[in-house]
Design a protein around this ligand. Structure first.
Ligand code: ADE
Length: 276
């Protein structure tokens, strides 16, 4: 997969050299290219921002450097065909975007080429987004309901979430099977607690079932813990689950946690967020 990032702070993306993403790059699984937006400015001060039309606080990123930068980066993919990285998907990190989720990470991980455009200040002149959305696929994505000083940290978040899904990047192909938010048997539930050696630490024992060697009991225990954790931390995920996905023991566990099957066919609780 090829990833281009156009930014005024290429050094902010140094973590892409480290750990899982760094290894994926070293192994040739990821081709990450960082570009300094200021290279596409033509004035002495390398200006990338200006005051907003209509007034108001803050500055807006000027369209010209972004246009030239995107044209150059997109053209570097060649005319398509053999040897080209394929169709680019432009990803614009913004707090006003669609929420970035595991499902979107999976979609992005299937693409051959991602081009990220992290902005600073109040964002990029809208005409840039409109122009490139007309010519290419483009998604505006938010990593959460809070406002950061720029899109670089969101790029780090999204690239890491995507890179770990690429075949051959995590050691074990099963490693993301039980992830919170992954599709599959545990879909819609958060992952429960995990333990490793030693079996006793500061007087705390590992749950007996995990050392029992009994795979059926272990799977059941993990599922009950996932239900407990989801019920406490994210009750709205239980409400959103299709009850057909719950087996008889799931239902028993949910009832112990105060959940009842409602007239609407979904599980609900009288008073939400009550610790059982
Ligand atoms: N830029 C600033 N805040 C952001 C957020 N929450 N998500 C994506 N990009 C952003």
């Amino acid at each position: 997969m090829r990833i281009d990032v156009i930014t005024i702070f290429p050094e902010y993306l140094a973590p892409l050299d480290v750990s899982l993403v760094g290894k994926a790059r070293a192994r040739g699984r990821l081709d990450v290219r960082l570009h300094d937006l200021r290279e596409w400015t033509h004035d002495r001060h390398h200006t990338v921002d200006d005051t907003p039309y209509g007034g108001g606080p803050g500055m807006v990123m000027k369209p010209e450097p972004w246009g030239e930068a995107l044209d150059a980066v997109l053209a570097s993919g060649g005319p398509g065909g053999p040897g080209s990285p394929g169709e680019p998907l432009i990803v614009v990190p913004t707090p006003s975007g669609t929420p970035f989720t595991q499902a979107i990470a999976e979609e992005l991980s299937a693409r051959p080429w991602l081009v990220f455009t992290p902005a600073r200040y109040e964002g990029i002149d809208r005409r840039v987004i409109d122009e490139y959305a007309e010519r290419h696929e483009l998604r505006e994505l938010s990593i959460g309901d809070y406002v950061l000083a720029g899109g670089e940290a969101p790029v780090l978040v999204m690239v890491e979430a995507v890179a770990r899904l690429l075949p051959g990047v995590l050691g074990n192909a099963d490693s993301h099977r039980d992830d919170s938010f992954a599709p599959g048997a545990m879909a819609g539930l958060l992952e429960g607690p995990v333990y490793t050696k030693p079996p006793r630490w500061r007087g705390r024992e590992v749950p007996e079932v995990l050392v029992s060697g009994h795979h059926g009991r272990i799977a059941r225990w993990r599922r009950d813990e996932a239900l407990r954790r989801t019920s406490t931390a994210r009750p709205e995920l239980i409400e959103g689950c299709d009850p057909a996905a719950f087996d008889r023991q799931d239902r028993r566990t949910l009832e112990e946690l105060g959940w009842r099957l409602g007239a609407d066919g979904r599980f609900g609780r009288g008073s939400p967020n009550v610790e059982e």
